[in-house]
Design a protein around this ligand. Sequence first.
Ligand SMILES: [Mg+2]
Length: 406
Amino acid sequence: MDTTKHILHVDGDGFFAACEISLNPKLKGKPIVTGQERGIATAMSREAKALGISRGMPVFMIKKLYPSVIIVNSNYATYGMFAQRMYDIVRRYTPFVEEYSIDECFADLSDIADPVLVAENIKAELKRELGITFSCGLGPTKVIAKVASKWNKPDGFTVIKSSDIHNFLKDLPVGKVWGIGPATSKHLVGLGMNTALDFIQRDERWVRENLPKPELFLWHELSGNAVYRVNHLPDDDYGSIQKTRTFKPPTTNFEFIFSELSRNVEAACHKARVHGLASKRIYYFLKTQEFRYHRFEVPLTVPTNDPTVVLNEIRRSISRVYVPGLEYRATGVTLSELRSESVVQNDLFGEVVENQKKREIWKLADIIDRRYGSQTLILGSSLRAREKRGYKPKRQLFIPCMGEVV
Ligand SMILES: [Mg+2]
């Protein structure tokens, strides 16, 4: 049986600018930049890109250097509508669609007889119905699908077969791989791995023993073994619990952003415990001021509803998601692949036994919350987010083993 997965990644080309042009065809063929209201370029048309304008460039500089460029205000409500239509078109072919960000989605086409043909149809329909071009990539894993969609931009479609992976990775700098941030990239290059191919040519045992877990997942994904799934469940599905919150004003402050995430993790885990559920797979995201989502997925060896376990995993990987200096406006966490807690408790892994004591602590915390009102016991790491929202407890109780104050 062929168990190879076929994952499609769809990515809008200069999406915000493309939406503007689709609504106002007079702009077609002209250099367009969005982001006037923020004072920096948030997206640009092909023509603006060709002039040398890139995301984040200050508007005053663009005006000075390229007076012919048309700069418009971003209209996120409109872009969100286009995004919804994009997801809907892809869903005509499969229900397994992950709304990854405002201009990107993944689709799992593994059950489809001819995934290449379907991917071509999706791409053509998106272009015809939205008046926007998309770059698409098809591969055996999410990370390879991302490599494929980036391969030929704009308006490209690249298929990477498992047997062909080496050809695509041999010249790809390791830092260009989705999920490998600047710090990890530096680390890998320091160890002699300059390209993604150098990385996957290390044997699994070496990676397992010398690199953190997220890199091991990437190693598998790049080698063609799917670790990350297409997370198609709607957020309100019983199969997952999601907590997300927006804050104002947007901020670049890491401690505050982490605290917001901590607050969401606490709330999500509380809900899971109330329903007697534990999660086997966690997703979290930081949303930037430009409505771009930076997401990360953490598969767990043992299902959990303990926020300190989840936060430790997030701590380990957040440098891959958080970009210093970028303004963020929201965070969120999804506990997915939920299962009954009682099943987990009967598991005989060492890790489960080790977590038993902590589970007792959380049981007590939930009892205290019920008796004295919610937020009686909170994690130190959530304090900043709570304080911002007027959290003034009569008495504060710090439990050092339950989270950290950052
Ligand atoms: Mg894009």
